[in-house]
Design a protein around this ligand. Structure first.
Ligand code: ATP
Ligand code: MG
Length: 370
């Protein structure tokens, strides 16, 4: 929720970040060591499901990976999942990551990080395969061509990829809660993420609609069958008791599939909106538009019932790196006051701009300040 500005020139007392010295190699003392670092660490330690979101290129993958590694080093088993179709977990950890969990941390630590890059294309194919098999089993042989046509259309229908990603998020949350201590999601740029967060509801509504339609057609079908079978049936119950009715069985199975799906999305929604389980970390740059967009994204998430646990202001201009960056840093303080005014209650951590990219486990550990 956006609080009104407290007016005046500054944000809440004590919330302005202190400048950090630039150690050898650049960067502050590390994301978890600087101002707000403890609060960020607490948010990650408490969460079972953590999302890193924000605009393109701000450092979502870096922050998600850093938090995953820091938690693994406290002994937790962490599943790190990239939902962004343009994956780069693999680049960042400097190893091949695919559609199934791959160990990212070097062996021997107390905990570990396994990484997955969700492949929406593959997910859609797998999903359509499954649906196709079920439909073909349930439909009369002569409709097989119809089923294929239907699936071909579904492949390119709007929302199919997002729905597939959502299925996989639901999978990852289920697997994560059962087999890991923490699931960290590295998400795609903001708009997409908020839509994804709203999807369980959209999908539930869609499933509800299908269920209602299916109920109506099942009732209609049963009535028709009752009429047609009146003169041949001898069980006195419209042909629906005491004998196998393939259509009733098919309707029943479709209904079960839809109900399973609905239960699944409801469960996902419950997990995502439970602040004791799930938290969102918003990553941003200390610039005017990113600050305003972060405030808007925060409001969107809160409206959806999702807890925003922390803000990470990344790529801060270092204080002691020449007059240009010092001047930039002063401008950044102005933008951050806007952020503090709007989101005073959300802890804010920050990391300085480094002279190099963050690549590999040790670089991530240094970035964290471990
Ligand atoms: N504090 C930093 N200093 C210097 N480089 C950084 C810093 N944080 C991240 N980077 C670099 O910036 C680039 C983008 O970071 P990252 O991939 O984490 O961003 P992203 O938000 O996930 O991007 P995308 O929206 O494309 O997924 C990477 O090359 C990363 O190494
Ligand atoms: Mg990324």
């Amino acid at each position: 929720m956006i609080r009104p500005s407290d007016g005046g020139t500054g944000g809440p007392a004590g919330s302005a970040p202190t400048s950090s010295p630039v150690p050898d190699g650049g960067g502050a003392g590390g994301l978890l060591r600087g101002p707000g670092g403890d609060a960020l660490h607490d948010v990650a330690s408490r969460a079972r499901v953590l999302f890193a979101g924000g605009k393109g290129g701000v450092g979502k993958t870096t922050v998600a990976s850093t938090l995953a590694l820091a938690q693994a080093r406290t002994g937790r088993r962490v599943l790190l999942v990239s939902t962004d179709p343009a994956h780069n977990l693999g680049h960042l950890w400097d190893r091949a990551v695919g559609d199934t969990p791959t160990r990212l941390t070097t062996p021997g630590g107390a905990g570990h990080v396994d990484g997955v890059e969700i492949d929406p294309g593959r997910t859609v194919e797998r999903h359509l395969d499954e649906v196709g098999r079920t439909l073909r089993r349930l439909m009369p042989e002569r409709l097989s061509g119809e089923v294929t046509r239907h699936l071909e259309l579904a492949r390119d229908a709007p929302g199919t990829h997002e729905a597939a990603v959502l299925e996989r998020i639901a999978d990852a949350v289920e697997t994560g809660l059962a087999e890991y201590d923490l699931v960290v999601f590295d998400t795609a740029p903001s708009g997409h993420t908020a839509r994804l967060m709203a999807l369980p509801e959209t999908m539930s509504a869609w499933t509800e609609g299908l269920l209602r339609r299916q109920e109506r057609s099942a009732r209609f079908g049963a009535a028709l069958r009752g009429l047609a079978q009146d003169d041949t049936d001898d069980d006195g119950a419209g042909g629906l008791v005491g004998r196998r009715d393939p259509r009733a069985e098919r309707d029943g199975e479709i209904r079960r599939v839809l109900l399973r799906r609905r239960t699944r999305f409801e469960r996902l929604r419950e997990v995502l909106t439970d602040p004791a389980t799930t938290s969102f970390v918003l990553v941003l740059a200390a610039e005017r538009l990113p600050v305003l967009e972060t405030i808007a994204l925060h409001e969107q998430l809160v409206t959806l019932g999702v807890d925003v646990g922390a803000l990470v202001v990344n790529k801060r201009s270092p204080e002691a790196a020449g007059s240009l960056l010092r001047a930039r840093r002063a401008r950044e303080e102005d933008h951050l006051r806007t952020l503090d005014d709007a989101l005073a209650a959300v802890p804010r951590a920050e990391a300085d701009l480094l002279p190099h990219d963050v690549v590999g486990e040790e670089a991530l550990a240094r970035f964290a300040g471990l």
